[in-house]
Design a protein around this ligand. Structure first.
Ligand SMILES: [Zn+2]
Length: 334
């Protein structure tokens, strides 16, 4: 910060020399930490992150643009190939390993859930067949039992008479054969019914096993789930952003934007969707109203229009000097 402040000091002197009325507005800008852009560059990226430096630079540039656009036309963050105020580094440790494992775990839970859906469908269809077959067996058995009782009573009657007449005998013989066929058919239904019962038991066990596996995996996931923006840190004493982990492109872009926000001076805000919320749980890459409010709290004297209006007369001079002093002095290697 000392170099930009020093250059601001020079500007104040220049403006005072030009016009006494410009002093008030310029003094306020001198107090504003957002007066001059902070420069950033990419430091080292652990190779295990399987992301190229160019890609990191592109994402960080996008993150920087998010803040710059919110404060246009004054840039808050400006890229440098090397050195600069803020260095962005990727350090691979247990956190990234855990993130990768958790991503695998999430995919495997999704697969388990698909399997569960299939099992549930099979189970439902087996149960429905089981119920229908049970009702059929009950009805058939009842009819068979009644038919058999009638048949036995008729046969018994003819036996007490010393035998049935031939036609009656033939009819009873056919009836006995039909009853036997029906009995065998009912027995086949009962065998199928018992097989279905066993299958339902087995599918039920598998179903419960998959449910318990999913629950275990979710428990593991919850135990290791990150509660804060631990994917990255910003160390104000060294102006260093360190990225430790990210699960996907969106999460990486959000963490870069979040840490650059800290580098500008922003604190956490109380809006779950906000980039500056303490927990990286939103999915939006744009700033929320809470983010913008926090930006304006840090970068005082805001609304660029108001500032432009105030400084119309001296603006070009200020930015000219600001830019040249920045180019001339603010590129020390860290
Ligand atoms: Zn934070």
């Amino acid at each position: 910060m000392d170099k930009p402040l020093r250059s601001v000091g020079i500007i104040i002197i220049l403006i005072l020399a030009v016009s006494g009325t410009g002093y008030f507005a310029v003094k306020k800008i001198a107090q504003n930490p957002c007066n001059l852009p902070k420069t950033w560059s990419i430091g080292t990226i652990d190779r295990r992150f399987t992301i190229s430096k160019d890609m990191v630079q592109a994402y960080a540039a996008q993150a920087a643009k998010t803040w710059n656009d919110a404060y246009a036309p004054n840039p808050l963050l400006s890229y440098l190939a090397q050195g600069g105020d803020i260095s962005i580094n990727f350090v691979y440790d247990e956190r990234q390993r855990t993130t990768i494992q958790n991503e695998k775990l999430k995919r495997s839970i999704e697969e388990d859930k698909d399997q569960l859906d299939d099992l549930k469908q099979t189970l439902d269809s087996l149960k429905s067949e089981y119920t229908t077959l049970g009702q059929t067996i009950d009805a058939r058995t009842k009819a068979y039992t009644e038919h058999l009782a009638t048949h036995n009573s008729e046969a018994g009657y003819w036996n007490t008479q010393g035998g049935a007449p031939n036609a009656e005998y033939q009819r009873l013989q056919r009836e006995a054969a039909a009853l036997e066929t029906e009995r065998a058919a009912i027995n086949r239904d009962i065998a199928r019914y018992n097989t279905l019962g066993l299958a339902i038991q087995n599918y039920g066990k598998s179903h419960n096993q998959v449910v318990s596996t999913i629950n275990q995996k979710i428990e593991t996931l919850n135990e290791t789930a990150l509660r804060e923006f631990e994917e990255g840190t910003y160390d104000p004493s060294t102006n260093t952003i360190t990225i430790y982990e990210y699960s996907d492109d969106t999460s990486l872009k959000r963490v870069l934007t979040h840490e650059l926000g800290h580098a500008i001076g922003l604190q956490h805000v109380d809006d779950k969707q906000a980039i500056m919320y303490a927990v990286n749980e939103g999915t939006n890459l744009t700033l929320t109203e809470a983010d913008k409010k926090e930006l304006l709290r840090i970068c005082r004297e805001r609304t660029p229009e108001a500032m432009l209006e105030k400084l119309k007369a001296t603006r070009d001079g200020i930015f000219h000097h600001a830019e040249s002093s920045l180019l001339g002095t603010a590129v020390p290697a860290q």
